[in-house]
Design a binder for this molecule. Structure first.
Ligand code: AMP
Ligand code: MG
Length: 364
């Protein structure tokens, strides 16, 4: 592992006692990444590759593709992502996720489709491999910490008793799936949420359909979950910016990844959704082992073979920390990560693991 301190330290944000705010900055990641993907070439190269962008899944989808046929390619990508969203969105009452959640504790099984079943199997694998650090049943804990209450400060932070009660409902072992794809949550109040992996998975579905349809030399991006094929015009690799987790609204980069060959990248950050109270930041990624939001991690960026794998690994590495995260990555050939930890004074330290350094350069 390569560890190096950042050249500057950052002070914590101002405190807002009793009025925690929920901040969503994901679109910044998209904007930054998109700019890096298409904005670095010579003029002729830029004119040969086009970017298509549209709002979806609470963020933006985008496709950067070289040459002709972009509109048809964009339709393929958009339809694929919408299809996955329709099956997995917890905000859509007719999705498989919502229908399974609605039956929690009733004893009834709910028939689900391929996307749900794929997410359950991938989540089970990641959950078991990480000793439960990856857990798509973490919703009741998020609720206890106020993440679905739109900034309501009542009962914040939650009592030990409230945390313990929520934790009993976050038992992924009590989520069952039969061979025929019917699923059931055994406890009333359980809730599934594939937010840590579904965007990456949607990128993979779009990417694979585009390749089957004959497209090449492209990037599919969904809220910073990206997968790249081939190269930019001029035979140069795609470049993807890694943002400074405290880079502010201008979305400053700390370095660039050069990616191709079907590789994917995903980032989990403590700035995507968080509360600040009494000088402490409470981020939206939970450590199911403690029942608390993860602290001490600002950002994890993972490069991997598929976007679903990169998405799940970036979230679970955020929970596990640099050492245990690197051990998990070692079981995923071709993957690598940059961990950016943050100490009490706000100072950031970057650590690279696995194959990350092969693709990464400190440049803007
Ligand atoms: P990501 O931005 O991909 O890191 O995913 C973060 C989202 O995953 C959160 O907003 C939650 O919906 C969900 N989540 C939070 N903690 C966990 C966890 N330990 N395991 C799996 N999903 C989680
Ligand atoms: Mg993730």
């Amino acid at each position: 592992m390569l560890t190096r301190p950042f050249s500057r330290s950052h002070s914590p944000r101002p405190t807002h006692p009793h009025t925690p705010t929920l901040t969503h900055l994901e679109f910044l990641v998209v904007a930054l990444v998109a700019a890096a993907a298409v904005g670095c070439g010579r003029e002729a190269e830029e004119s040969a590759s086009r970017e298509y962008r549209w709002p979806v899944m609470g963020t933006y989808g985008s496709l950067v593709v070289n040459g002709e046929g972009g509109d048809a390619a964009m339709a393929i990508a958009r339809d694929a992502i919408e299809e996955v969203n329709a099956a997995l969105s917890a905000f859509n009452p007719t999705s498989d996720v919502s229908r399974v959640n609605a039956q929690a504790g009733s004893g009834e099984f709910t028939q689900t489709g391929l996307h749900f079943q794929t997410m359950m199997a991938a989540s089970r694998q990641c959950h078991d491999a990480s000793g439960g650090a990856f857990n798509p049943a973490v919703g009741p804990l998020m609720e206890a910490w106020g993440f679905f209450r739109g900034g309501d400060a009542r009962d914040f932070p939650p009592s030990e008793a409230a945390i313990a009660e929520a934790r009993t409902l976050c038992d992924f072992a009590q989520a069952e799936m039969r061979q025929d794809g019917a699923a059931r949550l055994d406890l009333a109040g359980m809730r599934l949420d594939f937010g840590a992996i579904a965007k990456g998975y949607a990128v993979d579905v779009a990417f694979e359909r585009l390749l089957v349809a004959g497209y090449s030399n492209l990037i599919v991006n969904l809220g910073g979950n990206m997968r790249c094929d081939g190269e930019r015009p001029g035979g140069v690799p795609w470049r993807v910016a890694v943002r400074d987790p405290r880079g502010g609204l201008d979305g400053e980069a700390i370095g660039m990844l050069r990616l191709g060959g079907g590789l994917a990248v995903a980032t989990s950050g403590d700035y995507e959704q968080f509360f600040e109270l009494d000088g402490r930041r409470y981020t939206h990624i939970m450590d199911p082992r403690t029942g608390r939001p993860v602290s001490g991690m600002a950002q994890v960026t993972v490069v991997s073979r598929t976007a679903a794998e990169a998405d799940a690994l970036s979230t679970v590495c955020f929970v596990l920390g640099a050492e245990a995260g690197a051990a998990l990555l070692a079981k995923h050939p071709g993957s690598g990560a940059m961990f950016v930890t943050v100490d009490e004074s706000g100072a950031l330290t970057a650590t690279m693991a696995g194959d990350f350094a092969k693709h990464y350069r400190e440049e803007r």
